[in-house]
Design a protein. Structure first.
Length: 177
């Protein structure tokens, strides 16, 4: 497995809508890409990673939200290809979210409390997952990436501006300016 580059806000790939993985694309190359995405997510200590975050405009995500607090693996890794939310509850919840593409920043985001997602596994077999816990939040966050939406697009303009200023300041400090 190989660690991939994680693209950060405001890179244009993060705003691009991803295209579905075609039936003929399922195979060893797809599996290797998903394995590399999972390895990258583990090394960056994330709970989810969408293909656009590593420069691939395809509808695929990897998730492992059951690891311990130190980010040790493995937990229960999931590969979701062509995921689609097919049902969402009326009830919503708020939670603090972060993102590997918006490093070291967090904000409160409103999401649906429960969802049902249809997806294909690495072999192309269809599945449905219904959830009303942390997985529901992670799935919504990662599926948003596939549609060119970042969690910071779901917060107020003022909060987004403040967060982006903090991100820019952090980058300058990191670069030694």
């Amino acid at each position: 497995m190989a660690k991939l580059k994680v693209y950060e806000y405001p890179h244009s790939i993060l705003k691009k809508k991803s295209v579905p993985v075609a039936p003929e694309e399922f195979g060893e190359e797809l599996r290797k890409t998903l394995d590399d995405m999972l390895e990258t997510m583990y090394e960056e200590v994330g709970v989810g990673l969408a293909a656009p975050q590593v420069g691939i405009s395809k509808r695929m995500i990897v998730i492992d939200y059951e690891r311990d607090d130190e980010g040790n693996k493995p937990g229960n890794p999931m590969y979701l290809v062509n995921p689609e939310i097919v049902w969402k509850s009326e009830e919503k919840v708020c939670g603090t979210e972060g993102c590997l593409s918006v490093p070291e920043q967090r904000a409160e985001v409103e999401r649906f409390a429960a969802i049902k997602v249809k997806y294909q596994d690495v072999d192309g077999k269809e599945h449905i997952v219904e959830t009303d816990d942390f997985l529901a939040i992670v799935l919504q966050h990662e599926i948003d990436h596939l549609d060119g939406i970042l969690y910071i697009d779901r917060i107020s303009r003022l909060k987004r501006q403040m967060l982006v200023k903090k991100l820019e300041k952090m980058r300058k400090e990191r670069a030694g300016e």
